[in-house]
Design a binder for this molecule. Sequence first.
Ligand code: C2G
Length: 740
Amino acid sequence: MKKISVIIPVSNTGMYLNDCINSVLEQTYQNFEVIIVDDNSKTETKQIIQDFYLLDERVKVITLEKHHGVGFARNKGLDQASGDYIYFLDSDDYIAEDTLGSLLRNAEGFTMVVGKSNITATDRTTNKEEKQMLQEDAQDLESPKYSAEDETSNLEEETTPKDKTVLYKKKRAKLFKNRSVLNRLVARDFIEEHGLRFSEQVKHHSDLAFLVPALINLENILLVKNSFYYKRRRNDPIHNPSLNQSESREKVKDFLQIYNSLREAYKEVPIAGRYLDRQFLNYYRKQIAIYIKNTINIEEVYDLLKAGAKKVDENLLKNKSVILRKEMRTLRTKDLHKYKAIIKLHNNLRQIRNMTKSKNKFFIGLYRLVFMKMPVKDNMVILESFQGKNYNDSPKYIYEYMRKHYPEFEYVWSLNDLNKDIPGNPKKVRRLSLRYYYNVARAKFWISNARMPNYLNKRQETTYLQTWHGTPLKKLAADMDEVSMPGTNTVKYKRNFVREAGKWDYLVSPNAYSSKIFRSAFQFQNEMLETGYPRNDILSAPDMEQLQKELKTKLGIPEEKKVVLYAPTWRDNEFFERGKYRFNLQLNLEQMRSRLGDDYVVVLRMHYLIANQLDISEFDGFAFDFSKYDDIGHLYLISDILITDYSSVFFDYANLKRPILFYTYDLDLYKDTLRGFYFDIEKEAPGPLLKNTIQIIEAIENIEELSKDYAERYNAFYGRFCAWDEGNAAEKVVNRVFNK
Ligand code: C2G
């Protein structure tokens, strides 16, 4: 019975190791050894490796004292392997029960057998159903075993019924397109005979050094389509990236390096040359050409690129696009200066081609190609709050302060509704209109409390002041585990966030707790303005009572009634469409009116992402819907009690030291599944967590006593989160950014 050596390099992937190694130990085919090469992992991962070592005598461990990288680790594994076949598995991936078996059953007469599927999945248990379905599908295709006679066939490609394909001669390179050694069973004799080893010079693409000589020396290769390998979909590119998710500039350099050295080493071998050149051109087209301006620094890779372009076989270029041919020719024959010029020209051409695709793309093209080339206006400030939805939050307070103290500036507000009343008569532009792009491009100062569109490149001379919009309880950006918002890819979402935060020159922080989180969740590296929130300045107004009275009158709230404000947040999984969320009101207004109606009114305030209108017409005079009202600060001021859930509103409201109730009917779902929290709200909330309307009513009826019960917690909370809000945050922010 043939033995298989499964080689698993491990570098701090403890959380995935159980899935990975158990998937091997549970194989239908059991004659194997598992060689774990621990590439200097941390203690937690080491412990898991040790547990497996003790659990099963087929598990062998090689420990590296220094981190060497995956190529070195796999080579070490190869040195120790004693199996007839080698199988490489990555420590964050796992395989189906019959993967080794199905590969081996078909291996007779082959030196390399390749499994077909690389299926993306998250983890082994949740993926079980999907896996079963796929396996059942594959079994339906089960066909008579491949017979060795086919090997003598004259055809270059022979397809045996349905699930297996043998590739000969030129075609065998097809199975090397993915540049990966994963999910291949390779005869160890063959590896030794041809000295196949991984490159230890590069961190990425080290597989190529193993694959190229394999490709050259293989007579044929068998593809077994129902041997499954599950590549895990990793969702944490910022805090725990997979090798593949690491910085593209590093990957590019490694690729070019290995291409150049292999191309040189195998220059006399046509199949290797063809394979490598195709890989080079493809890689250039997909990973280099379009990124070269933004994420890849041309100077850094130019020499390697030039050397590579010189090696590519001219004939291969013949049927490639004009753009690719031109870039290759420039690289070969001209200097860096010319190459830069041609890249710029081609990028512009791509941009122009894109412009025909939609109105917004047309504007973006103008933004980049025309408006960004015009001089920056030093005295122009563009402001935006909640992506143009409102005139409120910290941008409003910064604007109102600046308007008084910096009348010489030209202020532009980006809004969805141009009819919004804004004091001082600033210029208003509709968000994402042509005028918007024009003004964004020209303004020296951008002030926003949320993300701006990712595609808005910012020039060096522009200063971007990001105020953000709340102390986080709910996990944010890169700190989130899985993003559950509709149509959102977790990896992309996190990367975009970090890319956006890379443009922020200043970020306003409301408290020390938030500063720390913002550094991690946004990976923000620039200046943190530890000033407290400008939007909360109004909560320290000296003439509070008068202001309260005026506001109540303005809003049509009976002066003699006390006010309960209900301001919940939104739920990632309840939506109509992207960016439009649904809220299902779980407050029983009928019960509230009958028990509290004599003394109280209720003000409802939905989150700005909630798209449905509440129908509260039957509660006229008791319940008021102020979801569309701009400034929630005004609503804080007129209210006597706040009810919220997981919204950051309670951090701001606590400045008033008024009672807060938490209506957390879906706490477990929200905390564990949707978002995750930064602290234990059950232990630290400055008020009680309630589950139904009756409990809310009772809490309101006993509000004084309840407040006493929570006084200590409230004080601690206030000290931790509200200490910086002293009523002059706008001034402090403006002084710092505008240097007065
Ligand atoms: N808000 C509001 N009305 C609500 C809820 C929120 O006006 N019913 C405003 C508040 O100013 C609040 C801000 O929107 O502080 C952010 O709302 P959150 O409910 O905290 O949710 P989110 O928009 O997801 O932002 O770091 C903070 C987080 O990013 C939360």
